[in-house]
Design a protein around this ligand. Structure first.
Ligand code: HEC
Length: 149
């Protein structure tokens, strides 16, 4: 049994060595920038994902005819570190963040008649900042509108 294990270890080693010894062309690029945290996701990216999921939940509540509950106010949007730190430190970012938080707070106090319109405003504010600073996720954010499936 032991010799079988030793045999397979040796086989694996030979296999591994032979792989690294192949004459595949090596990539010429190097990865120079270390990720902000070990997962490669910035604090802000993780926060944004949470904001997205929370907005999806509120959308479903509105579609079900309920008044959406605002469970979190995402004040960390001001302090969370972004992949490109300077982006989230600029005055323009701060002002978009403020407008977004104001619309989230308005939704907090909404009654069922206002909820859909105030939710729409909030998604508009996600969009405004993204169009100005980070256009990539706009395709996903678009799906938060109540008129989209
Ligand atoms: C004040 C500007 C601003 C506002 C408002 C804003 N975002 Fe973002 N968002 C960003 C920036 C900047 C990033 C890039 C984060 C990074 O990579 O560090 C981002 C990233 C994202 C991402 C990608 C996260 C990932 O997986 O990498 C999603 C999705 C997202 N935002 C959704 C939203 C939603 C939904 C809202 C509204 C509820 C919103 N954002 C409001 C600036 C904003």
């Amino acid at each position: 049994m032991r010799s079988l294990t030793a045999f397979s270890v040796i086989c694996c080693l030979i296999f591994a060595l032979s792989c690294s010894g192949t004459k595949e062309p090596q990539p010429t690029y190097t990865i120079s920038e270390a990720p902000v945290n070990p997962n490669g996701d910035s604090e802000l990216a993780l926060l944004m994902r949470e904001m997205f999921e929370d907005a999806e939940r509120m959308k479903e509540e509105i579609k079900a005819g309920k008044t959406p509950k605002v469970l979190k106010t995402f004040e960390e949007i001001y302090s969370a570190k972004a992949t490109e730190a300077e982006k989230a430190e600029s005055p323009i970012y701060h002002s978009y963040a403020q407008t977004y938080l104001a619309s989230l707070n308005a939704l907090k106090n909404a009654d069922s008649a206002q909820a859909a319109a105030l939710f729409h405003d909030m998604v508009n504010n996600c969009m405004s900042c993204h169009k100005a600073m980070c256009p990539g996720p706009t395709v996903r954010i678009q799906k938060l509108y109540l008129t989209q499936n």
